[in-house]
Design a protein around this ligand. Sequence first.
Ligand code: ACO
Length: 299
Amino acid sequence: EKEHQEKTKVKNIQTVELGRHEMDTWYYSPYPEPHASCQKLYICEYTLKYFRKKKTLLRHLAKCQLRHPPGDEIYRSPPPPANDPAYVGGAVTSPPISMFEVDGKKSKVYCQNLCLLSKLFLDHKTLYYDVDPFLFYVLCEKDAQGYHIVGYFSKEKNSAEGNNLACILTLPPYQRKGYGRFLIAFSYELSKKEGRVGSPERPLSDLGAVSYRSYWTREILEVLREHKASLSIKDISERTAIRTDDVVKTLESLSLIKYWKGDHIISVTQKIVEEHLKTIANQRNIEIDLNRLHWTPYR
Ligand code: ACO
């Protein structure tokens, strides 16, 4: 009932200005009045505080000391290799990125503001104010001014369902550059460090579903390539931290699974694996350098 009410609510806020970006919104978000009745909101890109007038934002920015999300920097991308042709002439193709872990309990207002902002681009998630049970992993691009938010995912501190991700967003100006994939990969790296498998909270949006399908496909094909010996579903799940039902679904979509007397049997040759991998060879892929991930599971 609550969900239905939310879906039928009229979208008021048409655009938001965030840092150097102006973005058209996609869905209704429950910003409190009087902000909810604004056509345009001005948002501080560091605190995510929202304002009805540019003037008020500018006054805030003049005093605002924050230049990164209010949490621990748990990952920083490696410096570019000096002799990489992609960097010749200073033409850096991928900017330096960092990931910050923000605790919903310690930085409540920031996390509530993040949820309100992300709801503008999500049509079904209903978490806004009860952020205490979540950690937020905020991805930023870094430049001389500061750390600019690109996207994030949230994760329950203790998930009864074994979810390793509650909600994921790449802000529209940064979409289709591989950041969604990076965030998904990051959520599975955290699961590996916890020594358990994980899966995203359902339902997935259409864009969430394509992004996950793409991630699972590539990860699974790569383990199949690496371990030429026959692997079971469970082996693949243990190596990737992808839950077994997601592994099965992905293998089914690739027609790489057979059933024999009620059991799943992976039916694949190296040639088929290579052929599939070739079709996805030009995927954008921002690698995670695990030596640069400094994180211990939440206790
Ligand atoms: N149309 C078709 N395919 C798309 C699109 C699109 N608009 N956007 C992404 N994809 C595909 C890409 O082709 C890519 O696959 P490929 O590597 O095989 O080509 C894959 O999805 C991932 O692309 P990325 O560039 O890594 O993802 P992006 O940074 O754009 O982020 C995300 C994906 C997070 C889903 C983004 O679209 C988004 O924030 N959407 C709005 C919020 C949302 O729907 N979140 C998921 C809700 S479900 C949940 O939270 C558990």
